[in-house]
Design a protein around this ligand. Sequence first.
Ligand code: NAD
Length: 479
Amino acid sequence: MQLDESIIRNVVAAVLSEVGPMPAGSNAPLQPNVPAGAGRNGVFTDVNEAVAAAKAAHQQLRSRSMEERKQVIDIIRRISIDQCEELGLMEMRETGIGRPEHKIEKLRTLGERAPGTEFLETKAFSGDHGLAVVERSPFGVIAAITPVTHSLPTITGNAVSMIAGGNSVVVNPHPSGKKVAAEGVRRFNEAIAAEVGIDNLICVIAEPTLETADTLFSHLDISLICVTGGPAVGRAALRSGKRAIVAGPGNPPVVVDETADLDNAARCIIQGAAYDNNLLCIAEKEVFVVDSVFDDMMAAMRRAGAVQLDAAQVDKLTSQAITKVGDDQHDAAAKDFIGKDAAVLARAAGVNAPESCELVFGETDEHHPFVTVEQMMPFLPFVRARDVEHAIAMAKEYEHGFRHTAIIHSRNVRNMTVMGRELDTTLYVKNGPSMAALGLGGEGYLSFSIAGPTGEGVTSPETFTRERRCSMVDELRVV
Ligand code: NAD
């Protein structure tokens, strides 16, 4: 077997990162100060090499101050903001889904608003028996899986939160968003290495497959898994035997009752459901409107600029945009229509809508596949409900128990309370667009990994830390 110098250097660095520095006076090893994978800027094809490099980067980060950790995060923020246009359009070209202006905006807002080190809180208990300090400590190297719907944005948000918590991360991105993932990660690491002197805090598998995901999940040096995606990856992460944070699928229902401000409801529904062509997991996916205001609500949607399809046009769109998959031939969104523009959906339905049209909509019954399926395209089904109880019951059924996101438009606080209790979702928005729940037009902070099934909620730096307690017995209570 032939070994070149870089392989030998990587092996030596990996061994050194296991055993620590050589004692003074020992034989000088080959470039002892070069950590595993240094100079690769986070881009790897081999999972083991990526994890070794991320491990070495984590060990370096541990020896640095909180101020330097913040400096690393500020570099990611700066690139995300300054290069949002170039990277956003790169993601648009590669994935071919969503809307370019939103690809750009997602990167910029993550750079501006993803939570950082300020989210790490120290607690203290002080009493007759001294002082206990509870602090947040990193896990180490985290494995992250990211979706095609927001490839680089998810990596960016995860990286900020995970590094703020003191970790490094290895990402297995969706294969259809792998190029922008690798390019974004390369740019982040290059700048971090130049300005802070640590390479590979964020590593990415350049040719991701289900096998590389499995290897990552089972790697001994991975201490925590964070997956963002549909049901299959959530199940795979939970089967891994490791602690997993699962940001899973949603099918967010909207209820509109007879007390709602219908024009505001229509504007908000369009804003949320049309954003990035409905790719967001939190986006409005089906609307249940009480019968007494149903026709007025449809008129409000038209006034707000959405294009209504009649029953035959909805059927025509459905026959192309919904397909059958799996052994049980269940309904699923057709790949060719996911994340496509509303005007494309309208054309498929036989309607000539202007390119500026953001959303198409139409009346369906509750069993329609556009209600039951997470469509991720800018067509919204509207279903008549007898009354608000009926609307809430249908919303609960078609949220499918994901406990992800729900929205109500109402001025009746009782109805808001009942729906909140019944659906029990991680995010619950009243009288706003879905993204208000992520701090975009509402209060709170932003992350694109919302962990419903495992309960962490909108992930933050604290999500990626362990709690540790340090107790001083009978002393240091100075009051
Ligand atoms: P997807 O489930 O097809 O893929 C997500 C990621 O998981 C990809 O990287 C994919 O390669 C990987 N993957 C899939 N099956 C796997 C398996 N068995 N083992 C290992 N890895 C596997 O989803 P997508 O189309 O990329 O993204 C859309 C889905 O993600 C929607 O269901 C949406 O609701 C969800 N999502 C959730 C959140 C959240 O915060 N909860 C955020 C964004 C997207």
